[in-house]
Design a protein around this ligand. Structure first.
Ligand SMILES: C[S@@+](CC[C@H](N)C(=O)[O-])C[C@H]1O[C@@H](n2cnc3c(N)ncnc32)[C@H](O)[C@@H]1O
Length: 201
């Protein structure tokens, strides 16, 4: 046993590699995962609902897309695949998650279009056409709010954010809080206990 959380910066859990297979929009993915990252053994069901219910970027999408809290990179790889003319920024505090995402971007042939970085390494000049996140609820409500207040304002004026949150982990209160902060929030889907929120200015 270790005291690691999935958001530990440098996990001490053994990095035993494993394969995670899933399909999104008719395309099959096989990615590498490892202990010490979020949902290491399978595509998280919340992420699966997000990728099924949100509007994936159109193939001609350009500009910068953000995967906030990329884990081993499932959202990043799907975005890079569906929007080959865009650049995907994959951000995570967990070093192992970043290494896995970089490896998975290479594995899916998208390494040249994916920038994997720690949060502080994203240049201030970058604004995002889209922000995608299965956010780290376990960091606590105040931290989560700080995280969203840091990144949502970096959306381009006509940008859109897609978030998935389990209802029992506060999906509806997060929805209300975002509205209180002045964001337009649409509950795009509710499936298997997950809320998919579309957030715009
Ligand atoms: C719920 S997991 C989602 C992982 C991945 N996107 C997926 O769908 O499997 C949230 C991720 O956010 C990361 N995280 C936690 N705090 C963060 C922060 N302050 N900035 C960026 N990422 C963070 C965690 O390390 C974790 O990988």
């Amino acid at each position: 046993m270790t005291g690691d959380h999935y958001f530990t910066a440098e996990p001490s859990t053994a990095a035993v590699p494993r394969e995670v297979e899933f399909s999104v929009a008719g395309r099959d993915y096989t990615l590498t995962s490892a202990g010490g990252v979020f949902s290491a053994d399978r595509l998280d069901p919340g992420t699966a609902v997000l990728l099924r219910k949100a509007d994936l970027p159109a193939p001609g999408t350009t500009g910068d897309l953000l995967d906030l809290g990329c884990g081993f990179g499932p959202i990043t790889c799907v975005l890079a695949d569906t929007a080959p003319a865009a650049t995907v920024w994959a951000v995570d505090v967990n070093e192992r998650a970043r290494a896995l995402t970089a490896a998975n971007a290479a594995r899916t042939g998208a390494a040249d279009r994916v920038r994997v970085t720690a949060p502080d390494a994203v240049p201030d000049s970058v604004t995002f056409a889209q922000l995608w996140s299965n956010p780290p609820i376990r960091i606590g409500k105040d931290e989560l709010h700080r995280l969203l207040l840091r990144w949502l304002p970096r959306l381009a004026p006509d940008g859109v954010a897609w978030l998935v949150v389990a209802r029992h982990l506060g999906g509806d209160s997060l929805h209300r809080w975002l509205v209180e902060q002045g964001w337009q929030v649409e509950r795009r889907a509710s499936q298997k206990g997950y809320r998919v929120l579309r957030v715009t200015r």
